[in-house]
Structures are given as C-alpha cells and as structure tokens.
Ligand binder design. Structure first.
Ligand SMILES: [Zn+2]
Length: 79
C-alpha cells in the first residue's frame, strides 16, 4: 500500500461509521459499475467497481481491524 493511500485510509479509519456507510453505498450494480458513483445529473452509474471510495474504505477497515488487534495484543502483554 502506498503512503498516500495509507494516509487517506487512515483518515477514514479514524471516522467512526464512515467506512461502513461507504461500503454499504458503494456496491456493485452487477454490471461492473458502482451504484453510488453516478455521473452527475444523470443518475447513471459512472465509475467502474470497485471504485476508489470502496477501495479506500476497504483499506480503512483493514487498518482499523489491525489497530484493534495490536491494541488487544498490547493489553495482553501488559497483564
Ligand atoms: Zn463508488
């Protein structure tokens, strides 16, 4: 993961509920397009899926899960 992607994903990971909302909205329309990333004004599916927002939200979820895991490991180590 590049540092730019990691930075954006880390920002998202710090916003509670944001990644879940993005992942719930940015789903495939079944034709390889994102349902949420529509062409402005037309409502037609625009971006190819997985779109960049779905990509960042997935990365953020992974970072978040990783942080929870390492926090738990820290707590265990301190006992
Ligand atoms: Zn999208």
């Amino acid at each position: 993961m590049s540092s730019a992607v990691g930075g954006i994903a880390r920002e998202l990971a710090g916003l509670p509920g944001m990644t879940q909302r993005l992942l719930a909205l940015h789903v495939s329309d079944g034709h390889g397009r994102c349902r949420a990333c529509t062409t402005p004004g037309t409502g037609a599916a625009g971006a190819a899926w997985p779109c960049s927002l779905h990509f960042y939200a997935t990365a953020a979820e992974q970072i978040y899960a990783e942080e929870i895991r390492s926090r738990r490991a820290d707590e265990r180590a301190r006992r």
